[in-house]
Write a new protein. Structure first.
Length: 404
């Protein structure tokens, strides 16, 4: 099978579930990725010239290979009656549809829930949008837009400098909530025999993240400051410079951790100082305490400190960059990194789904597909003869692609 890299041990968790994915960028493809990694047959239904995400550069250059593994590609012109008719035949065989196009797009293509549920009443149709139902639902949205709109950017940056998070956290979380809804609907379908419409959204996902801060404001009567200016709950909980010019995050959140830290570095004077006796004391004394801890830490290299803190059981973290993760021993343990192929021929290790489920191997079965790589295969499953498929390709109703 083209693009196949590995096979799972045992039956796939979602074996027998077919998903049609009408998605681009990150939010929708994340939902499809999770379902595909769990073993569903995810068919990426893309325009005849391919998902525009394939052509992104800069920040978006890695989006397509990251979020489209383990899927099959069907490239088809849904604006043509013949293309839609083929799609409708495929919908009869599907369990789930996911889409994250702009509001109204799927309805204009006659592929909205009202159209497809008539063809297949058991269909679970999940729309991933900027907003759930309400006064904003007509608006388009992006991850960064809702981070500013729902307070995440405000809480991330220093006071007066709102800043988006350093990854597409809302897109990815919106895709995860979509999967939760889909799995619940699949379970309910076992009882009712019918599918239903599901919606997941960026804005409400971001607001869900803000719930802890909203609750804090309600409990204290004070608006929470941005995280860089927050009132800390622990005496030492931040990054420090090391002797070799690196940084290490140190968290001394309990009295026992404080004792182990002081004993290792032979600072009995700190242990005996009543100003530092409890965590709450250390929080109050933080302006004086932090420079003392910084002076201890900066005498050692990051690797030396990592070995010590690991040994004496103190929370710590070398301050890493994304590229540092390629060879991280924890991520590489037990084959948890997947070797992903990129269009330029490069291969790189990318983390797999961050979950362990019994002895199931959530492996790489297919690389992200070429445009229309599986068009002929999927249409043949619908009963079309090779000559019919070739004729559709010549008339640009479908793209019959493949790997070089």
């Amino acid at each position: 099978m083209p693009g196949t890299e590995a096979h799972s041990n045992g039956a796939a968790l979602l074996s027998g579930i077919r998903v049609l994915e009408f998605c681009h960028t990150i939010m929708g493809p994340t939902a499809g990725l999770i379902l595909a990694d769990l073993g569903a047959d995810v068919i990426k239904v893309e325009p005849a010239d391919g998902d525009t995400t394939r052509r992104l550069i800069g920040f978006g250059a890695g989006f397509f290979p990251t979020f489209n593994r383990n899927k099959r590609s069907l490239a088809i012109d849904l604006k043509s009656p013949e293309g839609r008719d083929l799609l409708y035949r495929l919908v009869v065989t599907a369990d789930v549809v996911i889409e994250n196009y702009a509001p109204g797009t799927m309805d204009r293509l006659r592929c909205g829930y009202a159209d497809l549920s008539k063809i297949n009443p058991r269909l679970i149709y999940c729309a991933l949008k900027g907003f759930l139902s309400g006064p904003y639902e007509h608006r388009p949205a992006l991850d960064e837009v809702v981070q500013f709109m729902a307070g995440l950017a405000y809480m991330t940056g220093p006071p007066g400098q709102p800043l988006r998070a350093g990854a597409s956290v809302v897109d990815i979380m919106g895709g995860m909530f979509a999967v939760i809804g889909i799995q619940a609907a699949l379970r309910e379908r076992e009882t009712t025999g019918r599918g239903q419409f599901i919606k997941s959204a960026l804005f409400e996902s971001t607001a869900f993240l803000m719930a802890q801060h909203m609750a804090g404001e309600a409990a204290t009567g004070r608006a929470p400051p941005p995280m860089p200016a927050r009132e800390g709950a622990w005496g030492i909980y931040e990054p420090f410079e090391t002797r070799d010019g690196e940084q290490i995050f140190v968290g001394l959140t309990s009295d026992r951790q404080w004792r182990r830290f002081c004993e290792h570095f032979k600072r009995d004077d700190l242990l005996q100082n009543p100003a530092y006796k409890t965590n709450e004391d250390r929080v109050r004394a933080r302006p004086a305490l932090r420079p003392i801890v910084a002076e201890i830490v900066v005498r050692h290299t990051r690797d030396e400190l990592a070995e010590v803190f690991d040994r004496i059981d103190i929370p710590f973290a070398p301050v890493a960059k994304p590229g540092d993760l390629f060879e991280d021993p924890q991520l590489n343990a037990n084959g948890r990194m997947l070797e992903i192929a990129f269009p330029n021929g490069v291969r790189a290790k990318i983390p797999r789904l961050p979950v362990e489920i019994g002895d199931h191997d959530l492996a790489l079965r297919r690389q992200a597909p070429a445009i229309g790589e599986h068009t002929a295969e999927i249409l043949a499953e619908l009963g079309l003869a090779r000559a019919e498929i070739e004729a559709l390709g010549k008339r640009s109703i479908v793209t019959v692609g493949g790997r070089e």
